[in-house]
Design a protein around this ligand. Sequence first.
Ligand code: MG
Length: 392
Amino acid sequence: MSDGIATAGVRAVAPYAARRETSRGRRYPEPVSEHRSEYQRDRDRVIHSNAFRRLVYKTQVFVNHEGDLYRTRVTHSMEVAQIARSIARALRLDEDLTEAISLAHDLGHTPFGHAGQDALNECMREYGGFEHNLQSLRVVDEIEERYADFPGLNLTFEAREGILKHCSVNNARSLGELGLRFIERRQPGLEAQLANLADEIAYNNHDVDDGLRAGLIEIEELREVRLFARHHDAVRAAYPELAARRMVYEVIRRMINEVVLDVIDTSEERIARAGVASIDDVRAAEGPLIAQSAAVHADHLALKRFLGERLYRHYRVLRMTAKARRVLKELFEALFDDPRLLPEEYADNARAAEAELGKAGRARAVADYVAGMTDRFAMLEHRRLFDPGERT
Ligand code: MG
């Protein structure tokens, strides 16, 4: 690893990192802070947002009420931030920006994880669809109302480009400068690439832990996965008496460590080979520079495939998924058919959006309301709308 150009205890970021001098700034210009960097402010704004607090009660894989030890969206986001930040430091990227993107990446997630997003996407099919990634951007750009001078959190361009991981070319056309890279097939900054990869590393590994804890997968079947088997067998050999729970943690810790070190080495090599000297060089590079080696990527993919087949499609997870889809679909339909049932503030939004954009506007306002719900609020709201015995 190359030495930092650190001076007086301040760690300087590399020339190819996101830097104030090359930042594309905020949508609404603001005075510079005396004691915080622009990317620190981004991260702090995310932490103070309503959408971030709601992540406490949103599902990652297991619904919030299934047990207190399972990951929720907020603990998932913190694990993503931890993994991303430690790689960012090793690569001399901007840690604050990396953290801001990591903490914000799931802000637009619906209740009940991917089941919720799929259901809402179906409901919105005729009205532009629903994609949680785009919704995360909508949350920080429009939905949060915390400032007198502008809507949203007014994050920097670099944070916003990181939050918008994927986007259809169609949607990209309506996003101006931010959408351009999806049309021109350019890369985002390294901090964005990193947060994206750290998301995968975090969930693949913590879903092993949660899946084992829930008894939905077994250690013996996990040994079909090379990455797991390798570390499991090494830990077993070194500590034959180790209790199962501790063994699992030891194995997962080693798995994450292997993957993280590989990302650092592989990315360093790619960055050096590409010879990038600025974030704009990074954006113009042929492909992502933050990456896993081919071997670790294949191992990681095998783990992901295993989880896809054995955990996410386990009948107990599928039952939860089916219920979640039903609840979200019914909530959307009831509120879309009669927006007067929305709480006043949201009904006003729906009316204003409909006046401007017709039915698509009404649908978007209802989708915003439903997407913002936590798991438990969605269940309560569903009872309030469908169960005559429930107080409205
Ligand atoms: Mg995520």
